[in-house]
Design a protein around this ligand. Structure first.
Ligand SMILES: N[C@@H](CCC(=O)N[C@@H](CS)C(=O)NCC(=O)O)C(=O)O
Length: 124
């Protein structure tokens, strides 16, 4: 799969992910031994964690704490850093108005501060 050749728009890839983004997976040994196609990084991570019995704690409180940081990544870090990359590196020179870039810089810094200040509970 290469973005340079727009493979994400091919019928084969769109059959896996109609949203034409990576990541997407096809597990030939999905539930019931049937193939399973999945997109969205969070859904893929939860699926793989449950399939392998790793990464997601069994303890409910720890499990939801883990899931909240997965959602934080999907809803915060991923989109904000992506927009920052667009305005700062890839297309920034095409925009005279620097307010969009500055907004994503500020929001990305804020998200990093949240991570820096987070002290995970001790795990065994
Ligand atoms: N919410 C999606 C976001 C996926 C996403 O934005 N993927 C980016 C790369 S990190 C992508 O495919 N960009 C290429 C494009 O938009 O054509 C997820 O978490 O899987």
């Amino acid at each position: 799969m290469s973005f340079e050749t727009n493979d994400q728009l091919s019928p084969e890839f769109l059959s896996l992910n109609p949203n034409n983004k990576i990541p997407a997976i096809l597990d030939p040994q999905g539930p019931g031994g049937q193939p399973l196609a999945l997109f969205e990084s969070g859904a893929i991570l939860v699926y793989l964690a449950e399939k392998t019995g790793r990464l997601l704690p069994k303890d409910p409180a720890a499990r939801y704490e883990t899931l909240q940081w997965v959602m934080f990544q999907m809803g915060g870090v991923g989109p904000m850093f992506g927009q920052l990359g667009f305005f700062h590196k890839f297309a920034g020179k095409d925009y005279e108005d620097k307010r969009p870039r500055d907004r994503y810089v500020a929001e990305s810094r804020r998200l990093l501060k949240v991570l820096d200040q987070h002290r995970p509970a001790a795990s065994g």
